[in-house]
Design a protein around this ligand. Structure first.
Ligand code: PEP
Ligand code: CO
Length: 453
């Protein structure tokens, strides 16, 4: 942060700016009590982990690592169960195995987990049969059922969300420390994908190669690889509900910096990326690496303004630009934005979110995404960055370890009729287990193709 910026910034300085997408709480004294209570609870992550992630992002920016960020569009409180956490961790670990083999670079795994509880909405109110109630903004704010008491924003839900985030982080840490993520036994992470999917043979071939390579490394060096390196896993969520983010923002004397200690990697959503708005003001003062969602509506001026505000000293490991244009629009927008960023000479991590620009409605009103468009946007992103001399070093995906039918396409040829079968998301359509593996395999293929070209 610039010294001028530092003197004016505080965890709550965003409150003097226009803050969109915030709940309208009825009882401000109650909100103050909750925020004070949250601020006293122990942090969910540490500054050491955040600094380690920054170092890894530096490697990714330089093309020496690749970020896999993924999880639900929105977590909800009922789904904070051991099965759900294990399945999400498994799919991200499996994908990372495939991608490591193809990209021959370490994969930085970041879950959209342990705090992804708040959602932006297009309208503050929702109307049904003449009744108008506050829109559902995620379990951190209010409840889904369409009645007055459930839709009333309830400050206590910030505490409930924080507790669930803590339970999730705790379980992930135990699984990883307890050997679940031992690289020697990736077969432990198999879900039932293996018996069904068209890509299963390809996956098993990769897993065997990895096990062979580990054995080879260990016999040559005489060290067990898991003593040297353990799988790391980071958490992320959209920094949308600013009171929640502010409450756990702490100044650490020994580092002389402020950190958001609810998550490693907060990101600014597309709707709240106004350079003069509250979300950008909040994020500029914290030391965590920050993601910014970049859509087709982003102007060159706004992007420059955002980069200079959020990374005034041009630090590596600070900013990730997560572009999300849609397969049909990426060619029109990405080259121009790469040019703008390159001209600024501020290092950024380029990531592709191939989900949010490819959402469409089908008959019956369901929202879906086509796997062809998702893979198409990733492939275009690799190509455009190659052509422009920049590096695509990450993907941001909405996915689940379950066999949902929310996105169409893929090896099983899911079509619009299949959406009725297992459409579970309350918000955006997610890749199911097999579709997510297919995306990972295509990313690995694409890297192999680039290397041999
Ligand atoms: C999201 O990531 O769920 C989301 C709302 O994305 P965006 O801000 O890019 O629309
Ligand atoms: Co979403």
């Amino acid at each position: 942060m610039s010294s001028a910026g530092k003197s004016t910034w505080k965890p709550d300085s965003w409150q003097s700016l226009p803050a969109i997408q915030q709940p309208a709480y009825a009882d401000s004294a109650h909100v103050d009590r909750v925020v004070a209570q949250l601020g006293k609870l122990p942090p969910l992550v540490t500054s050491w982990e955040i600094e380690a992630l920054r170092e890894k992002i530096v490697a990714a920016q330089q093309g020496r690592a690749f970020v896999l960020q993924g999880g639900d569009c929105s977590e909800n409180f009922d789904e904070c169960t051991s099965e759900n956490i294990v399945r999400k961790l498994k799919i991200l670990l499996q994908m990372s195995v495939v991608m490591t083999a193809g990209l021959t670079r370490p994969i930085i795994r970041i879950g959209r987990m342990a705090g992804q509880f708040a959602k932006p909405r297009s309208a503050d109110m929702e109307k049904r049969d003449g009744v108008s109630l506050p829109s559902y903004r995620g379990d951190l704010v209010n409840r889904m059922a369409f009645n007055r008491s459930d839709r009333e924003p309830d400050p206590e839900l910030m505490l409930r969300g924080y507790e669930r985030a803590a339970l999730t982080v705790n379980f992930i840490r135990s699984l990883i420390d307890g050997g679940f993520a031992d690289l020697h036994h990736p077969e432990n992470w198999d879900l039932d994908f293996v018996s069904h999917s068209a890509s299963a043979a390809e996956y098993h071939y990769l897993v065997e190669r990895i096990a062979d390579s580990l054995d080879f490394f260990e016999s040559i060096t005489g060290t067990k690889i898991n003593q040297a390196q353990r799988v790391d896993f980071y958490t992320s969520h959209e920094a949308l509900h600013l009171l929640y983010e502010q409450a756990q923002t702490r100044f650490l004397e020994h580092r002389d910096e402020w950190y958001n200690l609810t998550t490693h990697f907060p990101w600014i959503g597309m709707r709240t990326a106004d350079p003069g708005g509250a979300h950008v003001e909040y994020c500029r003062g914290i030391r965590n690496p920050i993601g910014i969602k970049v859509g087709s509506g982003m102007t060159d001026e706004d992007l420059q303004h955002l980069i200079v505000t959020l990374n005034p000293n041009g630090e590596e490991g600070r900013l990730a630009l997560i572009h999300r244009f849609g397969a049909g629009h990426i060619d029109e927008h990405l080259p121009r934005l790469i040019k703008t960023v390159t001209a600024l000479e501020v290092p950024v991590l380029w990531m592709c979110d191939p989900m949010h620009g490819n959402t469409e409605s089908v008959t019956g009103g369901r929202k879906t995404r086509r796997l062809d468009n998702i893979i198409g946007e990733i492939e275009s992103a690799f190509r455009i960055h190659d052509e422009a001399g920049s590096i695509l070093s990450g993907v941001h995906l909405e996915l689940t370890g379950d066999h949902v039918t929310e996105c169409v396409g893929g090896a099983r040829g899911l079509d619009e009729q299949d959406l009725e079968r297992a459409y579970l998301t309350q918000v955006d359509p997610r890749l199911n287990y097999e579709q997510a593996m297919e995306v990972a395999l295509r990313i690995a293929d694409r890297a192999t193709a680039t290397r041999s070209a």
